[in-house]
Design a protein around this ligand. Sequence first.
Ligand SMILES: Cc1cc2nc3c(=O)[nH]c(=O)nc-3n(C[C@H](O)[C@H](O)[C@H](O)COP(=O)(O)O)c2cc1C
Length: 207
Amino acid sequence: MSKPIQHVLRIDSSARRDGSISRELGDEIVERLVKANPGLTVVTLDLADGVAHIDADWVGANFTAVDERTSAQRDRLATSDDAIAAVLNADALVLTAPVYNFSIPSVLKAWIDHICRAGKTFRYTDKGPLGLVGDKPVYLAMASGGVEFGGPVDFASTYLRQVFRFIGIEDVRLIGAAGVAGDAATARQSALNTLEQWLPAQTGEAA
Ligand SMILES: Cc1cc2nc3c(=O)[nH]c(=O)nc-3n(C[C@H](O)[C@H](O)[C@H](O)COP(=O)(O)O)c2cc1C
């Protein structure tokens, strides 16, 4: 029996709001999660609204000891602090992402730069970096025009898996609609078939 899910953080990153296949898969995942976990709360972050890039002030603030930060430096890290708090507070994440130019949308990369922080989501040890975010399911809904997920030019899902592993999350569940520029209906159906193993449509029982 898996841990009950009470809080979900949903992150959308397609530039499209209408006609987005990754967002549509995200809707389906959230619907099934809600069915399987009555009372579940969902916080949604739409990165298409824009994400501030980290800059020199941000890096300077991050590398200043916590008790030596000025109030301007604390303010500069507020977006990052909030993003990290949302990730830590969630029992599961639903991340929707298209493949853009063999990788992820730049807004998603900007968000990742905010959540990967030494001392907060990972720390360095003698044996290398150690993730500090406890493991939790990440439902990763992705769509590509032609790229095969896990194939030689998929720098999107493989990168996202690495980022999550780096901060301590191993349980990444890829629901991928690959090749929507060809047979979109088959690509979508294949993604939904994959989702069945974790969140069956009929019973609503979460794996
Ligand atoms: C700017 C841009 C770049 C894209 N680059 C790729 C790519 O490198 N490889 C690929 O397979 N599909 C690529 N696509 C196609 C998208 O991955 C595909 O249309 C996907 O469905 C978009 O996600 P969405 O439906 O959630 O908006 C690109 C689409 C756009 C708009």
